[in-house]
Design a protein around this ligand. Structure first.
Ligand code: NAG
Ligand code: NAG
Ligand code: NAG
Length: 346
């Protein structure tokens, strides 16, 4: 053992405290670094570890040309599925499809226009899809808007209500027969914890008479989705329909869906917050995990009507309970969308 230098005031042979600190700092840095990194992994959330293959399966992913949806498409294509992206705009279609095809080495990725703010557009999408495919195994209702300024769609719905709920309801309705012809098949809806703050105002679903609050409109639409998952599972249990349904909460993800949030309006604040948000929020790929899990996990094949978060089943809060509320929302959606019987298209 080399002699420690003797320090005045300390008994001979005692190591220099500064030297101790100097030899400790790598450990301290490692501990802090490990903690920061561990916390980051925690914020990234659970991962879907299923290795299930989807060869021969057909999937539709709404909003699959960006954000979380793009990673769902990528994952499905890598597993061998044929994937149709239902996209609001066809602007970047070619580049998105090309990029995804290169990344996944799969040619079976297609993009078709489907604007959920328009029943007409949804109808044309379904018509075009049915011309190409007789089966549909996975319908991923992923597209969404959040905190957008007030807008009434051409069908007369408030935009959050239509994109997040009514549009997907209509799409599911038009594709229900195809899903039933492809059992076991699954529908996965994306909802958000905000459903919990929602209140359905049946007198004024579209904010015609009450003051518009983007957060209320968002929460209402997400509650409608939660109610539907439950009502759907009641009306069409897997044992009869062969169609399983779940809702997934992706978590807090950095995507364009936050483009209407107040902090994104100010360039400087946005710049300041960017690193913090990077750290606290999930990457879109991580946000895709629970939805992918709800589609591919074998254990969920026949599971219907539940809510999943971080690849685990979580209970709904009381606000989404209540048979009457669920049925009332179902009835109201049929009425407003002018659907005579769910799933009956001719
Ligand atoms: C409102 O919706 C219409 C049709 O859905 C769209 O063309 C228009 O750009 C929207 N307006 C705003 C301000 O977002
Ligand atoms: C998904 O949401 C749509 C629209 O809210 C609804 O019609 C459908 O029943 C829901 N399905 C599932 C599985 O939650
Ligand atoms: C929903 O509609 C069905 C069929 O029209 C009806 O029997 C039921 O009472 C309605 N439920 C509610 C809660 O309005």
């Amino acid at each position: 053992m080399p002699d420690s230098p003797t320090i005045p005031g300390l008994p001979p042979g005692m190591p220099d405290p500064e030297a101790i600190f100097q030899s400790w700092w790598p450990i301290i840095i490692a501990l802090v670094g490990g903690f920061v990194y561990g916390l980051r992994l925690y914020f990234r959330g659970a991962r879907c570890t299923s290795e299930a293959k989807l060869d021969g399966k057909v999937a539709i992913v709404t909003g699959g040309n960006g954000g979380i949806g793009q990673y769902i498409v990528e994952d499905f294509a890598k597993r061998g599925a044929k994937v149709y992206i239902a996209a609001k705009n066809e602007e970047n279609a070619d580049s998105v499809v090309k990029e995804l095809r290169t990344k996944t080495k799969s040619e079976a990725i297609f993009l078709m226009k489907c604007d959920l703010t328009s029943k007409k557009s949804i109808e044309s999408f379904v018509e075009a899809f049915k011309k190409k495919e007789e089966n549909l195994h996975f319908l991923v209702n992923n597209a969404g808007v959040m905190m957008a300024p007030k807008n009434i769609t051409e069908d007369g719905f408030e935009e959050h209500l239509q994109v997040n709920h009514m549009g997907h309801f209509y799409l599911t309705h038009l594709l229900f027969n195809t899903l039933k012809a492809s059992v076991p098949s699954r529908v996965v809806n994306t909802t958000a914890p905000a459903y919990n703050l929602g209140k359905i105002d049946f007198e004024d679903l579209n904010f015609k008479n009450r003051e518009y609050q983007a957060s209320e409109a968002y929460a209402q639409s997400k509650l409608a989705v939660a109610l539907f998952t439950k009502e759907f599972a009641k009306k069409y249990p897997f044992e009869d329909s062969g169609v399983a349904m779940t809702s997934a909460i992706p978590g807090v993800v950095r995507t364009k869906i936050h483009r209407h949030m107040p902090f994104q309006q100010n360039g400087f604040i946005n710049l300041m917050f960017t690193p913090v948000l990077w750290y606290l929020m999930k990457h879109a790929e991580d946000g895709a995990q629970t939805t992918i899990f709800c589609c591919v996990a074998d254990a969920l094949t026949s599971v219907s009507g539940y809510l999943y978060k971080e690849c685990l089943r979580v209970p709904y809060t009381d606000i989404a309970e209540g048979d009457e509320l669920q049925e009332q929302m179902w009835n109201e959606s049929l009425k407003l969308l002018k659907i005579k019987e769910f799933g009956k298209t001719d």
